[in-house]
Design a protein around this ligand. Structure first.
Ligand code: ADP
Ligand code: 5GP
Length: 186
């Protein structure tokens, strides 16, 4: 079986993080790529585990050094995937990246074999409930993130797979099956 590079996208609050973390807990052949970002850490977020938290200057320096597989700006902050980590890890394990639509398309340009997966909510109402329930953003930030939903979902045709995260275990099993399917093709 080969190793797969999978990009997982979808609106904030849809459950991407929970799905990816659970897969990684249950499968020792899969790891998550840790992105760099210029946004401030949320409560409980650890540098080097959830993200590498960089200053704008440091992030710019890494862009100039061509250190990112892809990077993009969201809500006034930069987010990027370090290239060297992905290349090294793929030698022994599959890698999941949690990145947005633009980042996924850029990653596919560099790694054409990258599998693009979109996680979609069962409904807008349910997405709002999850975002409010998570309690990590202000109402204004939630509105900003919901406004981006239409854009993200309107690109669903560029994805290799769309998973509706309604029942969590069903969505998880689907993600795991997709990893196996593409690993067999390698
Ligand atoms: P994202 O990483 O996409 O921003 P999170 O993984 O933080 O989203 O999930 C947002 C919230 O929704 C969390 O509180 C999480 O526990 C919850 N959640 C995730 N998947 C489901 C699901 N299938 N059904 C109900 N709640 C869910
Ligand atoms: P958050 O601030 O909620 O952690 O992430 C905001 C957005 O940034 C999400 O849509 C997430 O998918 C995206 N993101 C996180 N890491 C990266 C990355 O490395 N590259 C790109 N392009 N987007 C990312």
């Amino acid at each position: 079986m080969g190793h797969v590079l999978m990009a997982v996208s979808g609106p904030s609050g849809v459950g991407k993080g929970t799905l990816v973390k659970t897969i990684i807990k249950r499968r020792d052949d899969v790891v998550e790529s840790v992105s760099c970002t210029t946004r401030a850490p949320r409560d409980g977020e650890v540098n080097g585990k959830h993200y590498f938290f960089l200053s704008h200057e440091e992030f710019q320096r890494r862009i100039d050094e061509d250190d990112f597989l892809e990077y993009d700006e969201h809500f006034g902050n930069y987010y990027g995937t370090p290239k060297s980590f992905v290349r090294e890890t793929l030698k022994t394990k599959s890698v999941i990246m949690e990145i947005d639509v633009v980042g996924s398309l850029n990653a596919k340009k560099v790694f054409p074999e990258c599998v693009l997966v979109m996680i979609a909510p069962p409904s807008l109402e349910e997405l709002k409930r999850r975002l409010i329930g998570r309690n990590t953003e202000t109402i204004e930030q939630i509105e900003n993130r919901l406004a981006r939903l239409e854009y993200e979902l309107s690109h669903s045709e560029v994805y290799d797979h769309v998973i509706i995260n309604d029942d969590f275990e069903t969505a998880l099993a689907e993600m795991s099956r997709i990893l196996d399917e593409h690993a067999r093709e390698e």
